[in-house]
Design a protein around this ligand. Structure first.
Ligand code: APR
Length: 242
């Protein structure tokens, strides 16, 4: 089997067609906020209520969002590729739950998850889909030291060991809807290329790291990705053009 181990990296673009705005656009997810007010560790010290409220709003918005055909195509690949002896590792930079809603299992959320809180005193993380506040007590240790379980700028992404292990054995690397400007995720393609993996990007336009990929399929991911997955499952070969 030529493309036994597949790694899929997704970014905000895959959820755009589900109604979640991407980060780097005029009406981006940061809305009227500066990144340094809501997405750096010092913001939690300076104005914790603003940080909690910002993620509360995003979290409550998730409830009505549904996955699109691109999320579903990845879930299908994850279900069917192992039946042929392969593996699919799904790494997302997204903090939404649309991969899970589409049926994906073992989603690696390298930038954290909206539906999770983290206690900085006892270290526990737990599912949470309500409204948090800085004075809320941790259900495990009782201290008011909870924060949204989001990886802020200046912090190290989660699960890097697991991601490196998957990249080091991967034979096909797919990046979907990511601009390629935020590291370390933007560097995954180079790492996969060094392992001789075939690397394909799916985007509306060439990303900042497009030259690192073998080729790209450009257009809406809800169209390009299902076609790619169907072809891969039917023939065992990656589609090279639409
Ligand atoms: N289909 C495919 N690609 C799309 C679509 C679509 N329907 N809509 C938008 N895109 C592409 C855009 O062209 C852009 O390249 O998705 C990309 C989104 O880029 P960003 O907004 O920069 O999102 P992302 O790459 O996920 O950002 C990385 O940066 O702000 C931090 O932590 C945050 O995880 C985020 C990280």
């Amino acid at each position: 089997m030529d493309y036994q181990h597949i790694v899929v990296l997704t970014g905000a673009g895959i959820s755009a067609e589900s109604g979640i705005p991407v980060f780097r656009s005029e009406t981006g997810l940061w809305e009227n906020h500066r990144v340094e007010d809501v997405c750096v560790p010092s913001a939690l010290v300076r104005n914790p209520k603003l940080v909690h409220d910002f993620y509360n709003k995003m979290r409550s918005g998730l409830k009505t969002k549904v996955p699109n055909a691109a999320h579903r195509a990845i879930a299908k690949l994850q279900q069917e590729w192992p039946q042929r002896g392969g593996s699919v590792t799904l790494v997302t930079q997204n903090i939404d739950d649309l991969h899970e809603k589409a049926g994906s299992m073992n989603v690696i959320h390298m930038h954290g998850e909206l539906n999770s809180l983290w206690c900085t005193a006892c270290g526990k993380r737990f599912f949470f889909d309500g409204e948090s506040s800085p004075d809320m007590s941790c259900p495990y240790c009782g201290k008011p030291t909870l924060r949204p379980d989001i990886v802020f700028f200046e912090e190290i992404p989660y699960h890097m060991d697991e991601i490196s292990a998957a990249l080091s054995r991967c034979s096909l690397f797919i990046a979907v809807g990511t601009s390629g400007v935020v590291y370390p995720a933007a560097g995954f393609c180079q790492y996969a290329r060094a392992q001789r993996a075939l690397c394909v990007e799916f985007n509306l336009e060439r990303s900042a790291v497009a030259t690192n990929f073998n080729y790209g399929l450009y257009g809406k991911a809800s169209i390009t990705l299902p076609a790619f997955v169907e072809h891969l499952l039917r023939t065992g070969e990656p589609l090279t053009q639409q």
